[in-house]
Design a protein around this ligand. Structure first.
Ligand SMILES: Cc1cc2nc3c(=O)[nH]c(=O)nc-3n(C[C@H](O)[C@H](O)[C@H](O)COP(=O)(O)OP(=O)(O)OC[C@H]3O[C@@H](n4cnc5c(N)ncnc54)[C@H](O)[C@@H]3O)c2cc1C
Length: 462
């Protein structure tokens, strides 16, 4: 009898686990992949994909408003939340089936169950059966945090539930200042809800470029979203269908729904990590891994959100692929986590890659900033009160473009292409040498000639 039932056992059928299972099976490994909820994981089932569908749906509201300036008369539109949910569910079920089929086609075996680790080579499934594996890959993802156990916390929903609400809330309070909070603020506002965002910090989108943070906030406020910073929700009372959120600043807010999007934690609890001796990273609470995604146990690897490195789908996918190539494909690959483009699908959208101005000033001695805000061409006809922000952060000594930050329509689409140039270490001169594509918003990226700010660190200037 073989010592192992499979070469690889993957815990978690999300973005990273599925990619790793398929590629490892393609390299000839016998693979089993366990998923306790739905194949596709967070991104497909209750993350990126349904979120983007909601964003698109809610943005129709602005398109309708903007149409008048172009001569369209549109009868007062109505919106039906249950139709949105039904159609979204249909698309998510289609994707889930496609994920299942693709894994099966690769030759990997799916087990629809929770799996936990018994020892470095043994997995226990929910029905008590055990599986012996040469390698284990933990790709268990993450889950929403609810924060402190405040009174009334049981009335709070997370993004998980927001995708399945029975009705569109007329008024919603969203606590959080990160990308998920702002995306849902835009979604609900677009569909017609009265939205209040509560955030404990001084401004939303911590970690993003300061100009981006100010610009997004101002644009969202122009659309009627209330953003209260420097306070938190301390208690929630529920009377019938009404919620009252009590805030740390002494005020209170009435709403139909309260949602928290205050961060996510890696799914490390009750996985049996201690039984196998898999160490946790003390800095972020995720599974500790090296540059090969190897844990403290030589035959156990971990990828994606469960490592709490960079919690994005394409990163989990890249890590899963690299793991499979390294361990089963005789092709050692390490994932480069530098210069990862990212977007916030708020309305307006944010696209960003590379260093913020603050980060650049901390890292290099000479920083040139090229920044512009302008009224997009569409707004000249629609009359919408909105401005686009484009910003380049450049190393003043080497001329290398260190960061690019955009707020405005299609920012995410634009930044994906700009990210190639930034990753290739393009210089500002390379941007300048590129002929503009007119009329676009993105042409500003190659036509900004004069720095709007130039920072020289004192010590370096001597
Ligand atoms: C609302 C929201 C919006 C997002 N939007 C974006 C976006 O626009 N762009 C982007 O790049 N990223 C986005 N993300 C993040 C993205 O979804 C994650 O980074 C990505 O899904 C991580 O993939 P993963 O494979 O690590 O984990 P997951 O996709 O979370 O998959 C883990 C899977 O493991 C399963 N599992 C856990 N424990 C066990 C167990 N013991 N046994 C069996 N199965 C188990 C879970 O059920 C889950 O299906 C978003 C996330 C959220 C919540």
């Amino acid at each position: 009898m073989a010592a192992f039932d499979v070469d690889l056992f993957v815990i978690g059928g999300g973005s990273g686990g599925v990619r790793a299972a398929r590629i490892a099976a393609g390299h000839g490994a016998a693979v089993m992949i366990a998923e306790e909820y739905r194949m596709g994981g967070t991104c497909v089932i209750r993350g990126c994909v349904p979120k983007k569908l909601f964003v698109m749906g809610s943005h129709v509201h602005q398109e309708i408003e903007d149409a008048a300036g172009f001569g369209w008369t549109i009868p007062t539109p109505t919106f039906d939340w249950p139709t949105l949910i039904k159609n979204k569910d249909k698309e998510i079920a289609r994707l889930e089936a496609a994920y299942t089929t693709n894994v099966e086609k690769s030759g990997a075996q799916i087990v629809k169950t929770r799996a936990v680790i018994e020892d470095p080579h043994t997995l226990r499934l929910a029905d008590g059966k055990t599986v012996k594996a040469r390698y284990i890959l933990i790709a268990a993802g993450g889950a929403p945090n609810h924060g402190a156990d405040i009174p009334g916390i049981e009335h709070v929903i997370s993004s998980n539930e927001a995708f399945h609400l029975k009705a569109l809330p007329k008024r919603i309070v969203i606590q959080g200042g990160g990308y998920i909070a702002l995306e849902f603020a835009g979604i609900f506002a677009g569909f017609g809800s009265d939205v209040t965002v509560i955030y404990r910090g001084d401004n939303v989108l911590r970690g993003f470029d300061e100009d981006v943070r100010m610009h997004v906030r101002a644009e969202m406020e122009k659309q009627g979203i209330t953003i209260l910073t420097g306070c938190t929700v301390t208690k929630i009372d529920k009377h019938g269908n009404d919620c009252t959120s009590h805030l740390s600043n002494g005020s209170s807010l009435a709403s139909d729904q309260v949602m928290f999007a205050i961060g996510r934690h890696p799914n490390v609890a009750n996985l049996g990590l201690d039984k196998a001796g898999v160490a946790i990273n003390p800095h972020n609470g995720g599974i500790a891994v090296d540059a090969w995604s190897k844990t403290s146990v030589p035959n156990i690897y971990a990828i994606g959100d469960v490592t709490h490195r960079v919690n994005l789908t394409p990163v989990a996918i890249r890590e899963g692929h690299a793991f499979a190539d390294t361990v089963f494909g005789k092709r050692p690959v390490q994932v480069d986590h530098a210069t990862i483009p990212t977007a916030v699908f708020s309305q307006p959208e944010v696209g960003t890659v590379g260093l913020t101005e603050t980060e650049a000033r901390a890292r290099v001695s000479h920083v040139d900033v090229y920044k512009t805000t302008f009224r997009p061409i569409k707004a000249t006809m629609s009359g919408r009160d909105t401005r686009v922000l484009m910003k380049l952060v450049v190393d003043g000594l080497t001329d290398r473009v260190l960061g690019c930050h955009i707020v405005g329509d299609s920012a995410a689409e634009i930044i994906q292409a700009v990210a190639i140039a930034v990753k290739m270490k393009a210089t500002k001169a390379d941007f300048d040498a590129t002929i503009a594509l007119h009329p676009t918003a993105a042409e500003e990226l190659v036509t900004m000639r004069t720095p709007t700010a130039r920072h020289v660190r004192e010590a370096a200037a001597e």
